[in-house]
Design a binder for this molecule. Sequence first.
Ligand code: NAP
Length: 324
Amino acid sequence: MRAAVYRSTGSAAEVLRIEDLPTPEPGPGQVRVRLVVSGVNPTDWRLRSGATAMAPVAGFQVPNQDGAGVVDAVGPGVDPARVGERVWLYLAAFGNPYGTAAEYTVVPQERAVPLPDGVAFDLGANLGVPALTAHRCLHADGPVEGRTVLVAGGAGAVGHFAIELARAAGATVVATVSGPEKAALATAAGAHHVVNYRSGDPAAEIRAAAPDGVDRIVEVALADNLALDLAVAAPHASIVTYAADAKQPALPVRELMVRNLVLRFMLLYSVPPDALARAVAEVSAALAEGVLTPLPAHRFTLDDTAAAHDAVQSGAVGKVLIDI
Ligand SMILES: NC(=O)c1ccc[n+]([C@@H]2O[C@H](COP(=O)([O-])OP(=O)(O)OC[C@H]3O[C@@H](n4cnc5c(N)ncnc54)[C@H](OP(=O)(O)O)[C@@H]3O)[C@@H](O)[C@H]2O)c1
């Protein structure tokens, strides 16, 4: 099969090559998926660059956690009726050399989730990392029905699904963005209120939309936004951080204590297994109900996997997809 491969970490241009690899055979409990679309996330370029480390499991790594395709073979212990099933994938490259930037991958069968009839492969390839992260950030501290959720960076991939899942779960959603293009994306995703965090008085605007304060904050930039979060958080609110940038926050402990706030951190790779299973099930249900949509796509070919990684690294607005 043709695959994008790296054998050491470094810049995309230096280490990513398109190679012919033996097509993998599914082992016990695994399915083999013929990929149609691979979705690229920040974690994919970070792992490839060496900025974050993951223990290597083979002498090579096909990058990318997310994708969508069709099951074409199953290993021992897997229902043969799954052959021909359309699926979306999550954590394909986690503990596995076969990520989704290739014609085929083999994954544990639970990481290949049925894609409902009529749902495009593109949407399937948008889901994995962003939608499961958004689900966990929203729901780790209890139901959000009737609550107010603040989604920082509402036009990002995680922010997009946080808005859609929160709204579908019955929350009032306030999203922050940096400008009009991103405001349009957050509004299209269903945010009830969209606030520019770079201009005017964002705390006052959020307070106007949520006079009693916000109950849950899905936070992409804790160090930058902690003061804003504290200015708008209701008593007992949770601030759930899923991104680690270089800047470290200074914690105003007393201020956090007085309102009994919860500061939670979330990494998809180590989410408790029951929470991950619940996220997969509830994202699937939302998909079947038609409440999830893809972000505008930036399309690349498999030959251009390095350029696709660079596009994500340079902050492409929307979703970077690779057509296999
Ligand atoms: N913990 C996990 O398991 C996990 C899972 C998924 C992603 N992540 C990490 O989370 C980050 C975002 O991922 P993504 O896929 O959603 O990326 P993305 O699609 O590039 O979105 C990031 C969004 O954050 C916004 N943003 C940046 N600084 C901000 C600030 N100070 N306040 C409000 N918004 C801000 C950006 O827009 P503006 O700059 O224009 O505001 C952009 O819309 C990445 O660092 C990624 O590695 C972690």
